[in-house]
Design a protein around this ligand. Structure first.
Ligand code: URA
Length: 243
């Protein structure tokens, strides 16, 4: 019970800190609770870093282009901000840039990216009509999983990005995005295909295309999930994803 509460407080604190960093208020808590959770002596004494909230994607990209908040900045070739329509109705959130993305400076351009592009086409859309980005903007060495502190440092940028695009649906591609957007204990095999929510935006978690490259039989699950997204967006005439 005590451990559970500590964990819960830790999660709330992390959300609060992230929200404060991008200049969002936290209307659901009393001032006293806010002081307690953030460890702030006085709210007035802790100015919200409103100046770190960017008002456009261009401004945000420029703002983070020199980011050195975490150790990933040291080895990156390029910071992979994201690309697509700034007015996209659908945002795909992946994990982190791979080697090819690190070189190209664009998300999902390698083998997994080609498969994601096929999925987008099968939905009757183009990459230009959606928005594609990652939880982590810099390539983790040897394609290792991003570490919790790296996710924590980068997460406010994703929140800022999403709050500017205001999509109708987010597709969380794989475990790391689902755990970052939905719940850190999220199990992708059990929880994919069901609607969740992030910043009041419906989130559909599905398998990562890299997983589909290894297990092509899971394409039908992804197609089921994608059809739910299409239904929500009122898109019609789907074509089947071929194995
Ligand atoms: N995998 C991801 O999660 N993101 C990319 O941009 C490329 C591969």
């Amino acid at each position: 019970m005590r451990e559970g509460l500590t964990d819960l407080l830790g999660q709330i604190k992390r959300q609060l800190t992230n929200s404060q960093e991008i200049g969002l208020d936290s209307p659901f808590l009393s001032t006293e609770s806010l002081h307690y959770l953030t460890g702030a002596p006085q709210l007035d004494a802790v100015p919200l870093r409103k100046n770190s909230y960017c008002e456009s994607l261009e401004e945000l990209e420029d703002f983070i282009s020199t980011c050195d908040r975490c150790k990933l900045s040291k080895a990156r070739k390029t910071l992979v901000f994201g690309e697509g329509s700034p007015h996209a109705r659908l945002v795909f959130v992946g994990e982190a840039p791979g080697v090819e993305e690190d070189i190209a400076g664009k998300p999902f351009v390698g083998a997994a990216g080609k498969l994601l592009t096929d999925v987008i086409k099968a939905m009757g859309l183009t990459r230009d009509e959606v928005y594609i980005c990652n939880v982590i903007k810099c390539h983790p060495p040897h394609n290792r999983d991003p570490e919790p502190d790296e996710i924590e440092m980068c997460f406010p940028f994703l929140q800022n990005q999403i709050s500017l695009i205001k999509p109708e649906v987010i597709c969380a591609i794989g475990r790391i995005p689902a755990q970052s957007l939905i719940d850190r204990d999220f199990k992708i095999t059990r929880g994919r295909g069901q609607w969740h929510s992030f910043m009041d935006i419906p989130v559909m978690p599905t398998y990562h295309p890299a997983y589909l490259l290894r297990y092509p039989q899971a394409k039908k699950d992804v197609w089921d999930d994608v059809q739910k997204i299409m239904k929500k967006l009122g898109l019609e005439d789907p074509r089947r994803l071929r194995n």
